[in-house]
Design a protein around this ligand. Structure first.
Ligand code: EPZ
Length: 429
């Protein structure tokens, strides 16, 4: 298995282009099932996760063509006919977002059988809200032997759906199903993450009618069919935030481009409070930190958007490990999202976890060590800590990073980091 090996201590100076958002791309890809016309997604990240979902879409009959376009990497999805409505366990278990093909399959063909995704390392992550929404839209749902079988022989029907808690996936799933339902659907207490706005706008470009985009009430007027579109995937605010934190951790000056400053406002506010200089630009931000000055510890609570993203919690915790003072980090979205804490402790961090919160007491320096993590955001937090840890840090299980970070080593190397990928057998010697 590959590892990432980092020699800590280098400053970061340079430019990092931000890729298209994984968590938007995955839902936009699912939207391709809704039309027999081509959907061209530009600014597409090339990640293990987009590859997984591409494999599933192909199994359903969607042609998937990756290519280089005028605007960089793009992928053409063309589901002229849906040849299968079955999403097997093997193609869903590797990545939960695959479950989101259920709604579009149902909307397009009136039936689907999709494996339940199961839990994962950051929490139980049930799909009850997804199923409640589809049921409200008129789907008949049966659960059997780990599969969801759903039918809507007369098509889906518009409905009023009030989510009891805010869920990104359930909001997106309901939206994907409702755009072709008969009548009007109202989604209340909808999630407002920018990736949902991106999906709603792409669906609108395909002919859907969605009002209230970016608010917590989405009103969807069903249409009988959707057409093709060309859509540029929104910049990845989590990738952007991860490199912003990396620059703050290592010190130096990094310009993040092909991005949007407004997508990381909650993070920027916390970084500024800690003593980092953040300057918005036309296409991103400049992150600057004087390495001679120690950052200040600040407290943090993860929340739904526009609050502080749970997907940036691990990275910010890494930043706090060497800050001056004590930082309390409260995780409100997932029940088990501190697995990076014991790994950061292997690098010398002082972190005490009590249920949903972690208290980080800043230490002057970290020391390199072998570490590994069990999810992708946790993995990148270890890379960030490795950038300042004295000596060598080896981050194992790199496949987690490959799920969500495109060309991570290249992007950091271009700014002066000493980081390289070591192939499994090379490292074993
Ligand atoms: C999305 O997950 C993201 N994944 C996650 O990013 C992200 O952490 C999360 O949103 C929150 O921002 C993708 O977009 C592919 P939720 P999702 O439904 O949709 C509970 C990453 O690293 N819940 O908003 O699964 C759930 O257990 C990933 O890129 C139910 O109880 O998140 C959680 O506690 C990790 N029942 C809370 O809601 C349901 O049916 C929020 O989850 C659905 C969710």
């Amino acid at each position: 298995m590959d590892s990432i090996v980092i020699q800590g201590g280098n400053r970061l100076n340079g430019t990092i282009p931000v890729s298209g958002a994984k968590n938007s791309a995955l839902k936009l890809m699912a939207a391709s099932i809704l039309t027999d016309q081509p959907l061209l997604l530009t600014n597409m990240p090339r990640l293990a996760d987009t590859k997984f979902l591409g494999r599933l879409l192909k199994a359903l009959g969607v042609e998937v063509t990756e290519r280089d376009g005028a605007d960089g990497q793009e992928t053409l999805f063309h589901g002229a006919t849906i040849s299968s409505t079955f999403a097997p366990y093997d193609l869903v278990r590797q990545m939960r977002a695959s479950f989101n093909v259920l709604g579009p399959l149902l909307a397009r063909t009136g039936e689907a059988k999709v494996s339940l995704p199961g839990g994962c390392t950051i929490g139980a992550r049930p799909v009850d809200l997804h199923l409640q929404a589809l049921t409200a839209l008129g789907a008949e749902i049966e659960l059997d032997e780990g599969y969801v079988t759903a039918r809507a022989p007369k098509g889906l029907q518009g409905a009023e759906i009030a989510f009891p808690i805010v869920s990104v996936g359930a909001t997106e799933h309901a939206l994907l199903a409702a755009v072709m339902a008969n009548g009007t659907t109202v989604l209340r207490n909808a999630a407002r993450e920018p990736e949902i706005g991106d999906l709603a706008r792409c669906l609108t470009a395909m002919g859907a009618r969605v009002d209230g985009i970016d608010s917590d009430v989405l009103t969807i007027t069903g249409v009988s069919s959707l057409g093709g579109a060309t859509w540029s995937v929104i910049p990845d605010r989590i990738e952007m935030g991860s490199y912003a934190v990396a620059a703050a951790m290592a010190g130096g000056e990094v310009r993040l481009t092909k991005a949007r400053a407004d997508l990381m406002q909650a993070l920027s506010a916390k970084m500024v409070e800690a003593g980092v200089e953040i300057t918005p630009t036309d296409d991103g931000v400049i992150v600057k930190r004087d390495p001679a000055q120690r950052l200040k510890a600040v407290d943090l609570t993860t929340e739904v958007y526009p609050g502080f993203a749970t997907d940036l919690q691990a990275q910010f915790m890494a930043l706090m490990t060497t800050a001056d003072g004590q930082s309390t980090i409260q995780e409100n979205i997932f029940e088990n999202r501190f697995m990076h804490a014991p790994e950061l402790a292997r690098l010398g961090a002082d972190i005490a976890v009590h249920a949903g919160s972690a208290v980080v007491t800043g230490v002057p320096t970290l020391r390199g060590a072998p570490v590994m993590a069990t999810d992708l955001r946790a993995s990148v937090s270890l890379v960030i800590a490795g950038l300042v840890a004295e000596g060598e840090t080896t981050v194992g299980r790199v496949y987690h990073l490959d799920r969500g970070f495109e060309k991570l080593e290249d992007k950091l190397t271009a700014c002066g980091a000493d980081i390289r990928r070591v192939k499994g057998d090379e490292h074993d010697h």
